[in-house]
Design a protein around this ligand. Sequence first.
Ligand code: ZN
Length: 202
Amino acid sequence: MGKGQKSLTLTESLHNSLTQCWERNEVKLSKKYGVSTFTGYAQHLIEKGLEDDLLETRFEIVNRFENEIRVRDYFLAKDAIVQLNVEGPYGTVFCALDKTGRCPHVGFVLSDSDVLKIVKERGISLRRSPKSIPLEEAAEIFERFVGKKQELSDKEFIDKATSNTDCDQAQAKEMLRMLYSDYRIVITQERAGTYYFRKATS
Ligand SMILES: [Zn+2]
């Protein structure tokens, strides 16, 4: 075994099924997944499953203090400290990891009803211009509202956006427009009815 590699034990029957599947469809699978070996194929299957699981359970609040919330990001394998009520040029909700108040960690923290309550009690304004929301963040917000397993009409999206954030109707509509122009939603073949974001390639 090479450096930086670890082994994983599979049952004989699973290993046999995998091997047979690979041997029977090598040409097709190589092309489909961009892999050239059996090990590459098996690794790809695990990576793909892992990615789905990580995206579904990407964030977790692991610690909450009066002015600081520690968010574990399982996708980045890092913790992000989100600070509330910070003075200075970064505004009032600030992620120390990304050095911004506009990242997915801040978005996640603000989707927590307890945190949102504190923020509102302290009079921290969350209003922001949708024009200045980076697309990645807009996609995060959209993903949070829409979820991965349901479909929303434009009206439902706007209702959710306006009831869950300080966005007004016009801002929610603008966000929707941005999302439609730069992201498209694709339905994966493996799981019909599950929606994923993919950045539009054309
Ligand atoms: Zn962050």
